[in-house]
Design a protein around this ligand. Structure first.
Ligand code: SAM
Length: 344
């Protein structure tokens, strides 16, 4: 039997050391040290950071020393420090590293859920929801919309379309679409009341008039919405949902006969062997273990999706509901990817 050798396995010692440093980097991001570097853009001293942020000097020095040891922070000849990375990379890595705190907080819940007699799963914590929102900001990059959402909206001639953002969270993506497509009327729904309350507050300050939000379970949409929508978006929803079948049944009912639905989820394969060395799987699967999978297992009837459910099983579930998967762009529909577009 083949056994893993040191050349085909991850360096476990490096991994644990890097994990510890990611935690320290995330902490520095949370308390503002990382932002301080971004704002000053010049090498600075521990004293500059301590005074600028009102942080105790000794802690700042220890943070800098920890980050210097692993070569995240650069130490200059004159003893000053800098953070030699692109601002976009620093922000993205800061948000990700800060997640370690939120994941650590649900660790006891995961420990209970994983044991045979423990609960099936658990919901989002406020911190995890905040992270989902922060990721939406990171995701709200032109390229992501250009690649995944705008081409779907272009499947129908421009017009006064009705759009449902099912599982909208605090509605950042809904509001972005509403800004880009002012003729469209967009309804964002989410089963989480706190997220909808936040979405409504943000909507008031946005001044947009073509968006509304409601707290509704996507598996139980209003009766009067039959054949109402030209487009339905399920952005990072299905792999987190307890009852994908109920949601897909409802999408089928509320979508117009010539409407399109797009479901995006982390683009990983359903086959475990294909996950090896896959950067998308490496990034998303830890979040899934601590949050998406337990969220999808919250109800007693849940089967448990999570990111590991994967592209092929998601596509099959969609097709089993009688939808036709359509190719949008040049990636073949049988290739593992983030988005599935389908019609009735
Ligand atoms: C990972 S978040 C994504 C939020 C948002 N679409 C985004 O990309 O920023 C998944 C969202 O789906 C919502 N959700 C899960 N199951 C749902 C259901 N049955 N009906 C409505 N919303 C649901 C969750 O409450 C959560 O806000």
């Amino acid at each position: 039997m083949a056994t893993a050798t040191s050349t085909d396995s991850c360096d476990l010692e490096q991994l644990t050391i890097h994990g510890l440093h990611a935690l320290v980097f995330g902490f520095g991001y949370k308390v503002g040290i990382v932002d301080f570097f971004l704002k000053t853009q010049e090498p600075c001293t521990a004293e500059d950071i301590s005074q600028g942020l009102g942080l105790k000097l000794r802690y700042v020095q220890e943070w800098l020393g920890t980050m210097a040891a692993i070569r995240i922070v650069k130490v200059h000849e004159d003893g000053k420090f800098s953070l030699p990375y692109e601002p976009g990379t620093i922000k993205f890595c800061g948000v990700v590293a800060k997640c370690l705190q939120a994941l650590g907080e649900v660790w006891p819940e995961l420990e209970k859920a994983v044991t045979g007699t423990g609960p099936q799963g658990y919901g989002y914590t406020p911190k995890i929801l905040q992270l989902v929102d922060e990721f939406a900001v990171v995701k709200l990059q032109k390229e992501w919309f250009q690649k995944l959402l705008y081409p779907v909206l272009e499947l129908k001639a421009e017009g006064m379309h009705t759009v449902l953002d099912l599982g909208c969270g605090s509605g950042r993506i809904t509001r972005h679409l509403a800004t880009m497509y002012p003729k469209c009327s967009i309804h964002g729904v989410d089963v989480d009341q706190g997220s909808i309350d936040r979405a409504k507050r943000e909507l008031i300050s946005s001044g947009l008039t073509n968006v509304q939000y409601s707290c509704i379970d996507g598996g139980k949409l209003p009766r009067e919405w039959t054949e109402k929508f030209d487009f339905v978006f399920l952005i990072s929803v299905l792999h987190d949902a307890c009852d994908v079948d109920a949601i897909l049944d409802e999408v089928k009912r509320v979508l117009k006969h010539d409407g399109y639905c797009a479901a995006t989820d982390p683009g990983v394969s359903s086959n475990t062997k294909d996950l090896i060395d896959d950067s998308i799987a490496m990034f998303h699967m830890p979040f899934s273990l601590f949050s998406c999978l337990p969220r999808s297992l919250m109800e007693s009837s849940s089967v448990g999706y999570g990111v590991g459910w994967g592209y092929q099983r998601k596509k099959t579930a969609i097709e089993n509901h009688g939808f036709h998967v359509v190719q949008v762009g040049d990636i073949d529909v049988n290739t593992v990817q983030e988005r599935v577009v389908f019609t009735k």
